[in-house]
Design a protein around this ligand. Structure first.
Ligand SMILES: [Zn+2]
Length: 112
């Protein structure tokens, strides 16, 4: 075994390396994107059903968007075109959610 303490992706069975930008998430790029996109999609679905989204969720997505942007910029590992597209899609999705929340004061559950 190597002496590296970084470890790999936390998804069982996944042996991919975790890029430095995603170290906090402990996920490889693919699993991070899968996880982040499903959260963003779930947030949009709640919103389409007229449900409030917790500010925590928005903050979490914003944090993940920052990690995704760093992963995109740092290019420590060569990203596949598909991964780049997914990152951009995710960033746009989060940006839209924030825009929507800003324009709909009742959207976030922390606002009365
Ligand atoms: Zn993984």
């Amino acid at each position: 075994m190597s002496s590296s303490s970084m470890g790999g992706c936390r998804i069982p069975g996944c042996r991919k390396t975790v890029p430095a930008a995603l170290a906090m998430e402990m996920l490889c790029t693919d699993h991070f994107l899968e996880h982040a996109s499903s959260r963003a999609t779930a947030a949009w679905e709640s919103c389409h059903h007229g449900m409030a989204i917790e500010e925590e969720t928005l903050d979490g997505l914003l944090f993940e968007a920052q990690s995704a942007a760093q992963a995109l910029i740092s290019a420590e590992l060569p990203l596949e075109i598909g991964q780049q597209e997914k990152i951009l899609e995710f960033l746009l999705c989060v940006a839209d959610l924030h825009e929507f929340a800003a324009q709909n004061p009742g959207f976030s559950s922390s606002v009365n």
